[in-house]
Ligand binder design. Structure first.
Ligand SMILES: Cc1cc2nc3c(=O)[nH]c(=O)nc-3n(C[C@H](O)[C@H](O)[C@H](O)COP(=O)(O)OP(=O)(O)OC[C@H]3O[C@@H](n4cnc5c(N)ncnc54)[C@H](O)[C@@H]3O)c2cc1C
Length: 284
């Protein structure tokens, strides 16, 4: 398939990019989601603004007890970064499981969260990590928590003219164990269901747990009922099973050719148990 005719600009600076985007230009990062959508004529932007060539959006650095990751940092760079692997292993593990090597080498963290595919992997980790997104427009900058960012299928809190400039995730302390568990769509790697878990356990008791879920609902969410069920317990097998049982409660589950809503809910429970046990095994 051939996309509709469009204009293409590769700006030299972020300011120039934001000016064109403010005038209606469409951000292009890795193109791994946007270009297929254009080829299928599900998207037909008049003007693509290539952020992928902006070097000052491509970085990973530690600052103030958090990792700051520039929007155009690729999945491969996130997955292979010694800093991310050491300080935020959940994010490195999640990035390493996205798609295939070609997708990981082109696709970007900013493009993925902005696209907000309900089956994408990062959003589960972003919810569990309580990540923050720095959103920048030509004349504005604001920071939005993951909990307030993912609104619906392919819908985020981004306003027209804004881009995701940076993703901020916490640095784990020694008490935390993490794991991302997904049921893979065989053809693409997307998550039929994906569960991202962080657990802090001290002196044999779970202090807190964070559980992010993707693939199940119209957007990734935090399973707070599961988190509450675990807090204060020792994280034994029965406690984990009881807590995980409510992961899909009250959720209107997606149903498609990969899995019915009922089967997705079942998968969510089973894989929440697996994710929790794997994360607990990594706590001190
Ligand atoms: C074969 C295949 C397999 C895949 N498998 C997986 C998988 O297993 N798991 C998974 O999670 N994903 C998967 N993906 C999607 C992949 O991760 C994409 O990289 C990601 O969804 C989009 O990132 P991108 O940088 O390519 O963005 P683009 O395709 O360039 O853009 C996507 C959308 O986001 C907007 N955008 C881009 N950057 C920004 C920004 N900084 N700020 C605001 N808006 C922006 C664009 O305008 C567009 O609307 C797969 C894709 C393919 C083609």
């Amino acid at each position: 398939m051939i996309p509709q005719t469009f204009e293409y600009t590769a700006p030299k600076t972020l300011e120039e990019a934001l000016q064109i985007i403010a005038g209606g230009g469409k951000p292009l990062s890795g193109g791994m989601s946007l270009i297929p959508m254009m080829k299928l004529r599900l998207a037909a932007p008049d003007h693509l603004v290539d952020l992928g060539r902006l070097k000052d959006l491509h970085y990973i650095r530690e600052e103030g007890g958090a990792l700051h990751i520039g929007a155009t940092t690729t999945h491969q760079d996130v997955a292979s970064s010694a800093l991310v692997r050491g300080k935020c292993p959940l994010l490195a593990q999640t990035a390493g499981g996205v798609g295939d090597p070609q997708v990981r080498n082109r696709g970007t963290i900013g493009g993925s969260v902005a696209h907000a595919d309900p089956s994408a992997d990062y959003p589960a980790a972003m919810q569990a990590l309580e990540a923050k997104f720095v959103l920048k427009g030509a004349k504005s900058e604001r920071t939005v928590a993951a909990a307030d960012f993912f609104l619906d299928t392919f819908l985020t809190a981004l306003e027209p003219g804004e881009i995701v400039r940076e993703v901020i995730v916490p640095v784990e302390d020694g008490s935390t164990g993490t794991h991302y568990e997904k049921v893979v769509q065989k053809a693409s790697g997307f998550a039929v269901v994906g569960i991202a878990v962080r657990i802090s356990r001290k002196a044999g008791k779970i202090v807190w747990a964070r559980v992010g879920v993707t693939g199940l609902a119209n957007h990734a969410y935090r399973a707070t009922a599961v988190e509450k069920g675990l807090a204060g317990t020792s994280g034994g097998a029965t406690e984990v099973q009881n807590a995980a049982a409510v992961v899909a409660d009250g959720i209107e589950a997606n149903s498609d050719l990969h899995a019915s809503a009922e089967y997705r809910k079942h998968l969510a429970v089973v894989h929440t148990i697996r994710a929790l046990l794997a994360a607990l095994a990594r706590t001190a």
